[in-house]
Design a protein around this ligand. Sequence first.
Ligand SMILES: NC(=O)C1=CN([C@@H]2O[C@H](COP(=O)(O)OP(=O)(O)OC[C@H]3O[C@@H](n4cnc5c(N)ncnc54)[C@H](O)[C@@H]3O)[C@@H](O)[C@H]2O)C=CC1
Ligand SMILES: O=C(O)[C@@H]1CCC=N1
Length: 277
Amino acid sequence: MKKMTIVGGGSMAEAIISGILENGFVKQKNVWVTNQSNQERLQYLEKRYGINGTYDLQTLFDGTDIVILAMKPKDAAQAIAKIRGHLSEQMLIVSVLAGVSLQTIERIAGKQLAVVRAMPNTSAAVGKSATAIAVNERVSKSQLETTRKLFETVGLATFVEEEQLDAVTGLSGSGPAYIYYLIEAMENSAVEIGLEKQIAKQLIVQTLIGAAEMVRSSAKPPEELRREVTSPGGTTEAGVRILEENGVRQAFISCIKAAATQSKKMGDALSSELKVY
Ligand SMILES: NC(=O)C1=CN([C@@H]2O[C@H](COP(=O)(O)OP(=O)(O)OC[C@H]3O[C@@H](n4cnc5c(N)ncnc54)[C@H](O)[C@@H]3O)[C@@H](O)[C@H]2O)C=CC1
Ligand SMILES: O=C(O)[C@@H]1CCC=N1
């Protein structure tokens, strides 16, 4: 892989940049990034990661192999229209935009392109993304391999049907935020019951890592693992009863469904915006 161009320099772009450089997928000097207008942010990315920032489209796209689209879906029409003259069939276009279909990317570009639609998460920054990927028929075998390698350098990568990507977005694209929310609540409670914040943080993080590893490596389903923690008349039973009484399970289910629906809505909104033109 010779050159990579990233359009959009926000949280997701930074997570990918940090992950791929850590794993040597591409050399720092061969990574080019741009954003809408925030020069300070571009300079931060250049300094922090030793990559190149520019607003000059020729410099950005000349001889590039992979273009990563990492702007918000609402900005996609304008952003892709601006760069479409620089996109070619030889390039692999990788979109991480929630909800936006492979077809929509080609429609905005106004030409046939090899497009990958991926849904990673920000844990890419530490090599732990869970990424699901769908591709269009113009993606070659070697581009498919490059895509797999790209996302495997930042965590787990799996291929799915495009129709499943909204569900993936609701589950694992947004997923880290649900876990951070849980950690916030655990930290709040820890302070309230008299633990020091720093000690509580260590215990919470290790508990999450341990539980995740148990689910990953054990043949037992999570319900059974949970039963093993729950002594009759004990502490866990007292705690989990409160979760059940407060509908926390249902709240999580509704949360993930709402996020998946929102992904589809954002894609549909962009698609109907295009019909207007
Ligand atoms: N943040 C997350 O956890 C995840 C985000 N995504 C997707 O990644 C994309 C980016 O999300 P974030 O990084 O969170 O957003 P962000 O708001 O942090 O960054 C968006 C970037 O796009 C740039 N941009 C906007 N218009 C542009 C234009 N016309 N030309 C060039 N750059 C332009 C902005 O300047 C900014 O640097 C979204 O489409 C989102 O759906 C996907 C998976 C996870
Ligand atoms: O909140 C969002 O729209 C993006 C997509 C997945 C995670 N963050």
